[in-house]
Design a protein around this ligand. Structure first.
Ligand SMILES: C[S@@+](CC[C@H](N)C(=O)[O-])C[C@H]1O[C@@H](n2cnc3c(N)ncnc32)[C@H](O)[C@@H]1O
Length: 352
């Protein structure tokens, strides 16, 4: 970390300023040290990253371990094929014309918080070598898990980047620090999506923008299977869960390779199924059980997607009404609400 990070940091418990107990290297980096807060609390800096996670919630700790594990499995998500599938999906949901437009958007903000940056995957879509961080354009990547070390490894060569390990429900930042917050697929992995949204909103300046993606509620059978499988899988270690999900991934592959379609003759409202023609794998995927398979991904990459869905203990799904209400209660005016994806809602809101 650089000393200038202290300008925006506070003790996450008392919200009072922190003092730094560490030496600076010749290039102005602080690799190891201690940040001291109120009432004798202290927070370590290791590998150049200040660490603030205090939660004792067992579900959150399991979720943290799960993501720490999956992000370090680079072979399962780092390929150009995965990037090629994810970037257009990200750009479209957020209503940008291109990755370039997205880069200009984030670059035009003074302080951007990536709240739950993981290994820096989403941000790497726009923060590539042409990103020019300056004193007027800084990016702060926060994650509860050790994935933030990977984000640092991938993105710290970009100017104006900062990495912090912390909990979105208890972040060590002064209020009204950021003029943009991105939280892509994160809020629903905390103990409460609502609490996470409400904890982040005060960190925005007036007029600041909040861009987030959260899972949406699916049809009843799919919701049942999601909870049922997750209850079983999330109790396994990450390694065991990865292996336990292989048969499920293989079934997704087998169904996909059928290349078979089925006509649903009439709407079945109580199962959330609409009349129409479906690929069999997609019909099952959206309405009965998530058995992810995509031909352009390797087997491990497909298994990674199923692991990402079933292993983290916290993975809440929300209704549109809930998301709109939580925004309104947080002083956020929604400016864009994308519900075109069955998987989730992509929301842009402005702090009043
Ligand atoms: C699906 S990943 C998304 C990562 C990144 N936003 C992206 O799109 O590439 C969800 C991330 O949320 C993080 N996370 C879960 N609970 C969190 C919390 N309470 N505070 C901060 N990060 C959290 C996980 O560690 C994980 O890296």
């Amino acid at each position: 970390m650089r000393k200038s990070l202290l300008d925006v940091l506070v003790d996450p418990v008392s919200r009072s300023p922190l003092t730094l107990d560490a030496g600076e290297s010749a290039d102005g980096q602080i690799m190891e040290g201690t940040l001291r807060g109120a009432a004798g609390r202290s927070y370590t800096i290791t590998n150049g990253i200040p660490r603030f996670v205090l939660t004792d919630d067992s579900g959150q700790k399991q979720t943290e371990r799960s993501f720490g594990y999956k992000w370090q499995k680079r072979d399962a998500w780092y390929s150009p094929e995965v990037q090629a599938a994810c970037e257009p999906w990200f750009v479209k949901r957020h209503g940008f014309e291109s990755a370039e437009e997205m880069r200009r958007f984030f670059g035009s903000h003074r302080r951007v918080l990536d709240a739950g940056c993981g290994g820096g995957y989403a941000s790497s879509m726009w923060m590539d070598s042409s990103w020019q961080g300056t004193d007027d354009s800084q990016w702060y990547g926060v994650d509860i898990s050790e994935a933030v070390d990977m984000a640092q490894e991938r993105l710290s060569s970009m100017p104006g980047t900062h990495f912090i390990q912390a909990d979105n429900l208890q972040l060590p930042f002064r209020e009204e620090t950021f003029d943009a917050i991105l939280s892509e697929g994160v809020l629903h992995h905390t103990p409460s999506t609502e609490r996470a949204l409400k904890a982040l909103a005060p960190l925005l300046t007036k007029g600041g923008k909040f861009l987030f993606y959260v899972y949406r509620k699916k049809s009843p059978l799919r919701e049942f299977t999601d909870d049922y499988v997750r209850d079983a899988i999330s109790n396994l270690s990450p390694e065991e869960a990865w292996d336990a999900l292989r048969p499920l991934t293989k079934l997704g592959q087998a169904l996909s390779e059928l290349h078979a379609e089925v006509e649903v003759p009439e709407d079945i409202p109580y199962l959330g199924i609409k009349a129409g023609r479906y690929d069999v794998q997609r019909l099952i995927y959206w309405h009965i059980a998530k058995l992810y398979w995509r031909d352009t991904f390797s087997f491990e990459e497909n298994n990674h997607v199923n692991f990402d869905w079933y292993h983290p203990k916290y993975s809440w799904r929300q209704t549109e009404e809930e998301v709109r209400r939580w925004c309104s209660e947080s002083g956020l005016t929604i400016t864009r609400f994308d519900d075109t994806e069955e998987s989730g809602f992509t929301v842009h809101a402005v702090k009043e």
